[in-house]
Design a binder for this molecule. Sequence first.
Ligand SMILES: Nc1ncnc2c1ncn2[C@@H]1O[C@H](COP(=O)(O)OP(=O)(O)OP(=O)(O)O)[C@@H](O)[C@H]1O
Length: 303
Amino acid sequence: MDATIEVRGLRKRYGTAVALDDLTFTVSPGHVTGFGGPAGAGKTTTLRVLLGLERPDRGMALISGRQYRELRVPLREAGAVLWGTAPHPACRARTHLRWLAQSNGLPATRAGEVLELTGLSAVAKRAIGTLDPASRRRLDLAAALLGDPPVLLLDEPFDGLGPDDATWLRGLLRELAAQGRAVLITSRTMRELEETAEHVVVVTRGRLLADAPLKDLLAAVSDGLVAVHTSHREEAITVLAHAGATVTAGGGDEITVSGLPADRVVSVLSEGVVPFSGVSEHRPSLEEAYLELTRKTAEQVPA
Ligand SMILES: Nc1ncnc2c1ncn2[C@@H]1O[C@H](COP(=O)(O)OP(=O)(O)OP(=O)(O)O)[C@@H](O)[C@H]1O
């Protein structure tokens, strides 16, 4: 069976707090799937249920078709990084990985391989407590990769990383996914998911808000908008409005045009002899798409 992560009709309450409310989605292999939503949306709870650390009130959570507790050697099937799972600070990085490998029936040589893969070979003999936070995060990832698993579940993997480490991690996750793995990463920051994931699942208050390829989510809000950069904003707005467009002023020298295709915008500005430095299809951000989705959902909820 292909590497997959499946969540079916998950419900979970903590007292009166609803953490998961009939949540269903599937993560396919071959690309990174971003799991986004605001704080408290239910992302970590979903991962904890998938990893057998919480029991759902209803529904099922499956790794490649089986529940986590049914996996014979879990590290070979699913690698996970969750916050709050700390090895002893006095333990050396390589010793920690060797112990993990051996206690899971994996060859000890895997420790060296994952240290190499995560760029930690130079600090292999350092005590874990002396590693900087970014190296600690790399070590967590190294542990998740020990069993060369086809499924990866990473909770907020970019939290606390500087730009260099984030770029490195983005590349590694994409590469691991392209090798045929199902990779699920959570983030509260839509920008982070936009830069890393090809498919996005968005939750809010335990409910599914979106489950679609990133490009489809962005296309749904781009809606034929055209961005124009011009130092002559007032004149541009006048001629474009005269040609039937709706124009809104953005920040700096940008205006956003709707109702006219980009090539028509160029000819209207040229005919009106209005100087401009650029005309392009407006590329909405995932943040904009998310806000639009939450707005539409709020409209659908009866008062
Ligand atoms: N052990 C627990 N006891 C009580 N409530 C909990 C517990 N774990 C989670 N919750 C509640 O369940 C809801 C979902 O929490 P969860 O941590 O899954 O959200 P999240 O999307 O991961 O948020 P964050 O981005 O802040 O980590 C929240 O309202 C949270 O307060």
